[in-house]
Design a protein around this ligand. Sequence first.
Ligand code: GDP
Length: 191
Amino acid sequence: MSRFQQARFLISAAAPAQFPADSGAEVAFAGRSNAGKSSAINAIVKRHGLARTSKLPGRTRLLNFFELAPGKRLVDLPGYGYASAPESERLTWQPLIDALKARQCLRGLFLIVDVRRGVTAGDAGLIEWLDPAQRVHVLLSKADKLGRGEGLRTLRAASAQLEGRATVQLFSALNGAGVPEAQDVLVGWLA
Ligand code: GDP
């Protein structure tokens, strides 16, 4: 059964003025485009198609807010890493994520990383940009693509690379591996 039965889409914000009030608790989800972020959100929240909203044309560069329970929100950040993303787009959403970072209600960041790609310079840059006091949890997504041994080796390598700055786990939206663990972290942060 879903632990987030009341989950619902709130708003696609194009400007900080449209953000929900800075109260309660909020957790941000970020990752390179195609890392599996939308699939991860849907698997964790178990409301199929919830994060599809973020993929509607015109919404991919916006911050999409979902309410998981009263006063507890998830924020879906625009995917990054497309070399083709024009500078003008980046200039649109940089103020948005800067404003998000400044929110009192922000409890941490879930970073979705394709297990076959590992933590990239873009991922590391995002972690560095974040307040050092802010928690980061990395989901090594699409873990079903690797065998068990290889998955564990990748997990150890990512853990070493993150040097204690973030917690990290294997995750698969496809076969559900790591979903309860990710839910526990999210619920704990939002508590
Ligand atoms: P986003 O751009 O980061 O939101 O990524 P999506 O969730 O849209 O996923 C990108 C692609 O990866 C899609 O083709 C998904 O079907 C695939 N994908 C996502 N999660 C998994 C997973 O756990 N396992 C596998 N094998 N494929 C996945």
